[in-house]
Design a protein around this ligand. Structure first.
Ligand SMILES: C[S@@+](CC[C@H](N)C(=O)[O-])C[C@H]1O[C@@H](n2cnc3c(N)ncnc32)[C@H](O)[C@@H]1O
Length: 740
């Protein structure tokens, strides 16, 4: 520890021995020689300050000399000296106003008592020097006296000094003191550095664990991390040529993910999840893009103005802008603005709304027509609902629903400001549709999601999403999507469409949800979203396989299009809702689970319920399954054959040898149908939390992240095989009696 700190911590000076100063006090300022002498005494211990004991001389001297006010006036230039002098005054009973001084005093008092307890301390000399001169301990006095003899002026010196002191040499002296002060500080620094070094040496740097621990305490070297990330990505991209033979791809990937977490601040869990969506190079671009905000975009409200007029008005206010691209006739990208865009007269008059470009996409995909009846299931704060109203030119009727009443208030504000007149706001849980209302021409489900597409807007997503979120959210999304599908009127002359969107890029919240809906509602199919750009949805992801039509869905990434990450899927409802499907939605269990947050735990159970409900509908062979129309028998045949071959292979038989059998299986003979029934039942087991080995489904939608579920194939079987009714006798009976 440096001299300066030691001196501070040594505490307040002892009470003055007035006999030593009585004459000085009366005299004028100390003479130059007196000051010189003092500095000599001060300087000595400073230069040998590395030794703790030696600093005692300095301490003893300083503390005793400072209270002499003339000396202070003439000599004391440094803050430290000031403090110490004041401290001395304070200890003698003067009032303390300066909290720093108070702290010094307290520290000093502590140190004094500590030193009292520690007779063996090297600093004994200090203690003694600091001790009141009236101490009874002779040895203490000796030590103290020695110091005093060095530091205290004699009367002769005093008078010499007085003669020599003048204004000029005070200035010179002051300068020298400054230099000495600077030197002292430098020495202190050096001593501190030395101390720190010694501490490190004592910590045994050779110990690897300790080294790692020390490293982890340091701020990451971002430049080094960045270089390593780039280098690892380079190796992973050309692995064969560039990899170190000692290291596997998994090694490189693990080290890359670790660096990504340190560099960008992701949890390991999320970094891995997002990384798995891309090639290493693209993943890096994605992570980078999440570090910069997307362009600010406004949507022209065509219910109030035209984009050109709005652009002129804003340019006149000092806004630099341009159209966002050919794909939108209403978007304007803002580059610079002299005015707050949320408070311009045009904004207040409802000529535009601040809306991310990617959030236009689901509305363009839904493409509502004038005079239609549209449901926006989760609509607050209304960016999309008000766009739908504009696309419909304020005709027809939009039900803008959101379960969150507070958010619905914001929605109402936007509806008023933008002059929307065809919209009714409600706040049900969307799970309650279509029991609340159904028969819509189109339904928009912009689902609540994890927000992995908008990390640039909300960096907390990097760390606050857990595995439970990716069970809970997809479960809710699946149930909401079934509700959306069931709320549409498949006989709508102009519509019959559902758009599902999220601002997340994870497969769990997108393709898996869509696949679930395809499996549970064979009366819908994916159709082109009508969007001029965007990447195709995954038809396979890791070990998962999705329906080929998944390529009709669209993915948006910040690094690819400079828009928020988004997902859009468009369905066409081609058949009626299964008879018992509505029962599955908004069930008592669903609501309870939603309220008490037990979705994750109940996922398997609830899903089975839902599966049961679907199978109810499927079971009834006579319940007009044909109404589910839109199935392609030829296409199904292909899948059925493939599935049967797989089964044969699993049994250890040669599928080629058994080809005739497999082909026979395609004919609806009783035996094969029974087997098929068994497969269908197996496939109805839906458990998200477990991967259950299952027989493949036979509509081409084989395994979906460990689920296998009912399919169009089941429907046909249900029709031709009355035994399926047994699965839910009650449901079957009910539909049957209705038919009769
Ligand atoms: C992504 S935001 C919707 C944004 C909105 N579509 C827009 O463009 O302004 C998701 C919304 O879903 C709502 N939500 C969550 N769970 C819901 C449920 N069970 N039923 C209805 N709305 C729900 C949330 O309150 C939230 O406002």
């Amino acid at each position: 520890m440096g001299v300066g700190r030691r001196m501070k911590k040594q505490g307040p000076p002892p009470p003055l021995d007035e006999t030593l100063f009585s004459k000085k006090r009366k005299s004028a300022a100390p003479t130059n020689s007196a000051i010189k002498k003092q500095k000599t005494v001060n300087g000595g211990p400073k230069r040998t300050a590395n030794s703790a004991g030696k600093s005692a001389t300095k301490g003893g001297f300083k503390k005793q000399q400072r209270p002499s006010k003339p000396l202070k006036a003439a000599v004391v230039e440094s803050d430290e000296s000031d403090e110490e002098a004041d401290g001395g005054v304070d200890l003698n009973g003067d009032a303390i106003d300066d909290p720093d001084i108070m702290e010094d005093e307290l520290l000093g008092a502590e140190n004094l008592s500590a030193l009292d307890d520690d007779d063996d301390d090297d600093d004994d000399a200090d203690d003694f020097a600091m001790a009141p001169s009236g101490s009874e301990d002779d040895s203490v006095m000796d030590s103290d006296q020695e110091v005093q003899q060095k530091g205290i002026w004699s009367d002769d010196e005093d008078s010499d000094a007085e003669e020599m002191l003048n204004a000029a040499n005070i200035a010179g002296l002051s300068q020298r003191l400054d230099q000495e002060r600077a030197q002292e500080l430098a020495e202190n620094e050096a001593e501190l550095a030395q101390d720190a070094l010694q501490t490190n040496i004592a910590a045994d740097l050779s110990d690897e664990d300790e080294e790692t621990r020390q490293k982890s305490l340091l701020a990451p070297d971002l430049q080094m991390l960045r270089t390593r990330i780039t280098e690892t990505v380079r190796v992973l991209t050309s692995f064969k040529e560039l990899h170190d033979p000692e290291r596997s791809r998994a090694d490189y990937t693990q080290s890359l993910l670790k660096d990504v977490c340190a560099y960008y601040g992701y949890s390991e869990f999320l970094a891995e999840k997002l990384y798995s969506l891309f090639t290493p190079q693209e993943a890096l671009a994605f992570f980078d893009a999440n570090e910069t905000p997307r362009p600010l975009v406004i949507r022209t409200n065509t219910l109030r103005t035209h984009r050109r007029d709005l652009a002129h008005a804003l340019i006149n206010r000092g806004v630099t802008l341009e159209p966002i691209g050919k794909w939108s006739k209403v978007g304007l990208q803002i580059f610079e603005s002299q005015v707050p865009l949320g408070a311009t007269p045009e904004y207040l008059a409802g000529h535009y709304i601040l809306q991310a470009a990617s959030s236009f996409l689901p509305c363009i995909a839904l493409a509502p027509q004038e005079h239609e009846r549209v449901l926006d299931m989760a609509s607050a704060p209304g960016g999309k609902a008000t766009y739908l109203a504009a696309l419909m030119r304020n005709t027809g009727c939009i039900f803008a629903n959101d379960s969150n009443k507070d958010r619905a208030k914001g929605l109402i504000g936007n509806i008023h400001r933008l002059g929307v007149k065809n919209t009714i706001v409600c706040h049900y849980s969307a799970l309650e549709f279509p029991r609340v209302m159904g028969g819509f021409d189109r339904v928009m489900l912009d689902a609540p999601c994890s927000g992995t597409g908008v990390i640039a807007k909300d960096a907390s997503v990097k760390t606050n999403k857990t595995e439970a979120d990716f069970l809970r959210l997809p479960h809710l999304q699946k149930q909401l999507l079934l509700a959306a599908i069931d709320s549409v009127d498949h006989t709508s002359r102009t519509g019959g469409y559902i758009v599902y969107s999220t601002c997340s890029v994870t497969v769990e919240e997108n393709e898996q949800v869509v696949q679930y809906a395809l499996n549970k509602r064979p009366n819908v199919k994916l159709v082109p979203a009508g969007l001029s750009f965007g990447k195709e949805g995954f038809t396979r992801f890791l070990s998962k396989r999705f329906h080929p039509s998944m390529k009709e869905t669209r993915r948006y990434y910040p690094h690819a299009y400079n828009v928020d990450g988004f997902f859009v899927a468009k369905f066409k409802k081609v058949g009626p809702t299964p008879a018992n499907a509505v029962k599955a939605q908004g069930s008592a269990e669903d609501k309870k689970a939603q309220v008490d947050g037990t979705y994750a735990e109940n996922v398997a159970n609830i899903d089975q319920d839902a599966g049961g409900a679907v199978s109810d509908a499927l079971d009834d062979g006579d319940s007009g399954v044909d109404e589910f129309g839109g199935f392609d028998d030829d296409e199904d045949e292909k899948y059925i054959e493939r599935s049967l071959k797989k089964q044969i292979r699993r049994k250890g038989l040669d599928p080629k040898a058994s080809k005739s059998k497999a082909v026979r299986a395609l004919t609806p003979s009783g035996a094969t149908e029974k087997k098929s029934k068994q497969d269908a039942d197996d496939n109805m087991v839906v458990k998200e939390s477990k991967i259950i080995p299952q027989a493949p489904s036979r509509n081409g939608v084989t395994e979906v992240g460990g689920h296998t579920v009912g399919s169009s194939e089941n429907l046909k079987q249900g029709k031709s095989n009355g035994s399926m009714k047994k699965k839910d006798g009650a449901a079957g009976a009910r539909v049957k009696s209705k038919k009769r």
